[in-house]
Design a protein around this ligand. Sequence first.
Ligand code: CP3
Length: 340
Amino acid sequence: MKPLLRVLAGEPCWPPPIWLMRQAGRYLPEYRSLRAQARDFIEFCMTPDLAVEATLQPLRRYDFDAAILFSDILILPWALGRNVSFVDGEGPALEALQGADAIGGLDMVAMPERVAPVLEAVRRIRAALDTRTTLIGFAGAPFTVACYLIEGGSSSDFAATRRMAHAEPELFARLIDRLVAATITYLAAQIEAGAEAVMLFDSWAGILPPYLFRQHVVGATAQIVSSLKARFPTVPVVGFPRLAGLSIGAYAAATGVAAVGLDTAADPLLATSLLPERVAAQGNLDPTALVAGGTALEREARAILEALRGRPHVFNLGHGVMPATPPEHVAALVELVRAA
Ligand code: CP3
C-alpha cells in the first residue's frame, strides 16, 4: 500500500509520509508563470491542462507522498451558481448570500456539469502519478464554505456568519444541509475520477461555540463521512477543523474521519492524546518556520517528528505554505523528514 494510505488506515510508519497544504502556489516561480497564462484564478482552476500542471509542479521538485488536486474550496460555490472572483492581492470576492431564496437557489442540478473540468483534471493527474504517490481530492467543509458565502469574502471574524448561526438557526441549518449534499456529490465524483483520499478544509471551524460546533462542524462532517464511507469504504477522509482546540477529540470520535489535521497552535502530544489511537494526526509545522528556515525549521520539525513517533502521523504544516517561502527550505524539510 502507498505509505500515505497506510498511515491513513491507522498504521504508524517511520519516517512518516509528508506532503504540504498549498504545496502548489505562488512561492514557486514556475507556478507564477503558469498562473500568468490564465485570465483569472477561476479560469486557471477550470482549465484541466493548467490545473494538472500546477498539481504536478511541486512533485517535480520534491519527494512528496501526495499530490493534492489543484483547485480551491470556492469552486464549489461557484459551481452552485454563486458569483465568485479572486481579486489579485485581495483574496476572494463573492456576492454575499442572504435569505431563504438565495439558499434555495444554490443550483444543485447544474453543479455536476460545471465541475466536469475539475474531474477531468483528477483523471489526468491520477494517470500521471507513480505507484507510491497518493492523489488527494478535497472540498471546503460546509461551515467554512458558508462563512465565505455569507460574508462575501474573507473576514477577520466572520461576524455576519456567526450572527446568522445564532439568530436564524433554521435558515443557517438549511444552508449547511444544502452544502452537505453538494459536498457529498462533489467528493464522490472526485473519488470516482481517481482521488484516493479526500480532505475537508474547515479553516474557520474554531470560531463557533461548542453547541454550534457540534451541529455545523461535527454534524455536517459526520454526514459527509458516513455517506462517502457507505459508497467508498476504503477511501479515507481527512478533516482539518482549524482552530478547534480541545474539541478535536470529539470531532475525531463523532465524525469517523481517518485523520485530523492539527493546526499550528496545537501541541502535538496534547492534541493526539485527545484522538482515538487509530485516527492519524496530520501536521503541524508552523508555516512561518518554513519561511525562516535554518535551525528554527530543524528544531520545530524534529520536535513534531519525535512527539508523534509511534502513532499514525502524516507530516504536514499547521496551515498552508506562505508565498514568501524560499523553495529551498521546502527541499530541506523533505530531506530532514526522510532522513529521520
Ligand atoms: O494545497 C494545494 O496546493 C491545493 C490548492 C488549494 C488552493 N486553495 C489554491 C489557491 C487548496 C487546497 C486551497 C484551499 C483553500 N482555499 C482554503 C482552505 C485552506 C486554508 O488556507 O485555510 C481556503 C480558506 C481557500 C479560499 C481562498 N483561496 C483564499 C482566502 C484565497 C486568497 C488568499 C490567497 O492565498 O491568495 C484563495 C486563492 C488561492 N487558492 C490561491 C491558491 C494557489 C492563490 C491565488 C493565485 O494564485 O492567484
